[in-house]
Write a protein that binds this ligand. Structure first.
Ligand SMILES: [Zn+2]
Length: 694
């Protein structure tokens, strides 16, 4: 055998390098399985014994800590293949060489290349020449065995996991809010603050119907959300962080909060390039799904409602524009209007009219998609008012109930968050007490420990003070929102839906939520008037006819007399002066505004009135340049002369530009160019005299 081994190593092999491929599949193996690493390095000695020189040995160990399942991510293995195919390798060494590649394809490719490049292969069992049929067969078998071994190993592990999972006994990482007890049963986390935070999240979502609104509510109330650490020194500890949108979604989508045990909610597949994809599965496809396996935060029905609601919200952003969550903005029927022409949901665009935002309901999706004009556009102010009136009149039986529910919800919400924040303070107080006790119990001679305990105590006291401070601030902020008087007002309003509805202090969003409690959708058709088909949630319908709003220009037209007056005033006044005169008289513009020079200018243009400049030019007045040229002086001199009263100028705009009367024979002479000296300094300060009157 030995002689045969040696007969395989020829001088042509010894001329080339010897490659030692060292691999450990996981980082843990790298640290713990040092013995195997040692054996791998021992192969070097074998190579030296076979006749290779030390400087010919190349060690490839860049794949330490990489899984061998595929060659794609393993730079070291790829380098080995390259070197072999370039004919640089006389021999390739590895411990159980078949494990060089844990994937049959990779292994057979390496064998093929070794055969072509005439490279030998060495492992602990012996030396092989892949060009020989027998050796190749053996190596091929070893590769297949190795792959099979991996498969059996995996199947056994996975099978165990699956069986346990099907019985619902598999211990998995639990979402926050659950812990395993001593018997390995899933229980609600005994920390009441964690429990309450989760309940608050579900409550807030129930109320707002949107994950981002839930996040906003947590922020607004200064509430933190727990997260358990799974890495680092503090593993198992709970951190309190700001609630994030992705986190809220994760909690809302997690069926374990319904007390269900589930496993295999997604399918995992490997792509040819080595990347992985995950595909979400529906409950019937899950590997294991056991309802009511342990205690719960919400019911399965509520979970389904929540996910349905999240799906609809997501659609509202997407193409389908399903009925979405109520958003800010006054449009009462946001997400509820349907176009009677084409059946699409209509969207909202706001336009500003003085200080109020007025909604327009538009059907534009098809228009945008197909590049056609808008299908329908309906002015929303009249429609919203009509719907409001309808609700106030028609919905008397449910009135009290709705109003009471809204009022009660507002109250209980502030109570709940108050309780949660109080727990935070109590927690901080408990921790500071604990630190104090620890500090008291330590032997005072043990300086080092005593100092660090004292520092910890101080720090806990500070966080207690912070927590108390936050609590007080938030309580005051909320107390300010709901004092006794307001509480009485709300109670009074609760008796009275119409008043609650019409109260300007009721936020738009609350009003929209009330609409949603009552109305399923409204179908709009614009003709000679707007026909609105209202479908109530109970199934009842009702048709409204709303007159089209009078066009803006008709209601806001400027009276003819005012236009005539401005025309007359333009003879002697600039736009700005006219605005002042009109405001002084108390005249208002067509839209009901006070005048300013821009409004006057706009009216002047739209009614085609001649500008003051044109009027003065028609009276043969000269520009500064013209008069300066006529008199043979510089423009600056003209200015000085006008201020001194030697020339008569008329202001033609509000920026202080003048036109000048032709002085004719009475023109000032050139040597009068510095009248300031002649008239004394005071003359310069008299320029504020109104120059507009001729
Ligand atoms: Zn339409």
């Amino acid at each position: 055998m030995i002689s045969e081994t040696h007969s395989k190593v020829q001088a042509r092999h010894l001329k080339r390098n010897a490659y030692l491929y060292v691999r450990q599949s996981t980082l843990r193996q790298v640290f713990e399985n040092t013995e195997s690493t040692q054996r791998q390095y021992d192969l070097r000695q074998r190579a030296l014994a076979l006749g290779w020189r030390v400087d010919q040995l190349v060690v490839i160990d860049s794949d330490l800590g990489q899984s061998g399942a595929s060659a794609v991510d393993r730079a070291g293995f790829q380098r080995l293949v390259t070197e072999v195919s370039l004919g640089k390798a006389g021999i390739v060494m590895g411990l159980e060489v078949s494990r060089l590649a844990r994937n049959s394809t990779d292994w057979h490719r390496l064998l093929e290349i070794c055969a072509l490049a005439d490279s030998l292969i060495l492992d602990e069992d012996g030396i092989y020449d892949p060009a020989h049929f027998n050796d190749r067969l053996l190596l091929g078998l070893k590769g297949t065995m190795s792959e099979a071994e991996l498969h059996v190993l995996r199947a056994r592990l996975r099978g165990g996991i699956l069986n346990k999972a099907r019985r619902g006994e598999l211990e998995m990482r639990l979402p926050i809010g659950f812990v395993y007890d001593n018997q390995g049963k899933v229980r609600l986390d005994p920390d009441v603050r964690i429990q309450e935070s989760l309940r608050e999240l579900f409550r807030t979502f129930r109320r707002t119907g949107s994950a981002s609104a839930t996040v906003k509510a947590f922020r607004a109330q200064g509430l933190k959300f727990p997260r358990r650490r799974y890495k680092g020194a503090a593993t198992g500890e709970v951190m309190w962080q700001e609630l994030q949108h992705s986190r809220a979604l994760w909690v809302l989508h997690n069926p374990r909060y319904t007390g269900a045990f589930c496993f295999g909610r997604s399918r995992h597949r490997k792509l040819p390039d080595g990347r992985h994809t995950f595909e979400r599965l529906e409950p019937p496809e899950w590997t294991a799904f056991i309802r009511d396996a342990h205690e719960a935060y919400i019911s399965w029905e509520e979970f389904e409602q929540n996910t349905q609601c999240l799906r609809e919200n997501a659609h509202a952003i997407g193409a389908d524009r399903e009925r979405g969550a109520p958003r800010e903005g006054p449009a009462l029927l946001q997400g509820l209007v349907i176009c009677a022409q084409c059946g699409e949901r209509m969207t909202i665009r706001y336009h500003q009219r003085q200080t109020t935002r007025i909604p327009d309901y538009m059907c534009q999706r098809r228009g945008i998609q197909n590049g056609q004009p808008l299908c329908q556009q309906i002015h929303g102010a009249g429609l919203d008012a009509a719907i409001g009136e309808l609700l106030v009149q028609q919905v008397t039986p449910v009135t009290l109930e709705v109003a009471l529910a809204v009022q009660q919800e507002i109250e209980s919400r502030s109570e709940q968050s108050d309780r949660l924040r109080r727990q935070e303070v109590e927690r901080a107080r408990y921790e500071s007490d604990l630190s104090r006790r620890r500090f008291m119990q330590v032997d005072p001679d043990n300086r080092l420990v005593a100092d660090s305990l004292e520092a910890e105590w101080n720090q806990k006291l500070r966080s207690l003070a912070d927590a108390q401070d936050r609590y007080e601030k938030q309580r005051q902020a909320e107390g300010a929102g709901l004092n006794e008087q307001q509480r009485a007002n709300i109670l009074a309003l609760a008796q009275d839906f119409p008043r609650l509805w019409n109260d300007p202090r009721t936020p738009d969003r609350e009003r929209k939520r009330m609409v949603r409690l009552l109305i399923a959708d409204v179908t709009l058709l614009k003709g000679a008037d707007v026909r609105a088909q209202v479908r109530f949630n109970g199934g009842a319908t009702c048709t409204l006819h709303i007159p089209l709003p009078t066009p803006y220009w008709m209601t806001h037209q400027t009276p003819a007399a005012l236009v005539a007056e401005i025309d007359q005033l333009l003879d002697d006044h600039t736009d700005g002066d006219i605005a002042k005169l009109l405001n002084h008289k108390g005249t208002k513009s067509g839209a009901g505004h006070r005048f300013n020079r821009w409004i006057v200018a706009r009216l002047r243009k739209s009614y085609d009135l001649r500008s003051r400049y044109d009027r003065l030019r028609a009276r043969k007045l000269l520009t500064m340049r013209e008069i300066a040229k006529n008199l043979g002086v510089k423009a600056d001199t003209i200015k000085v002369w006008r201020r001194a009263g030697l020339l008569v100028g008329h202001r033609y705009n509000d920026k202080g530009a003048y036109l000048f009367e032709n002085p004719g024979a009475g023109a000032p002479r050139k040597n009068q160019h510095d009248p300031a000296k002649r008239l004394g300094r005071n003359s310069l300060s008299q320029r504020s005299v109104t120059p507009t009157h001729s």
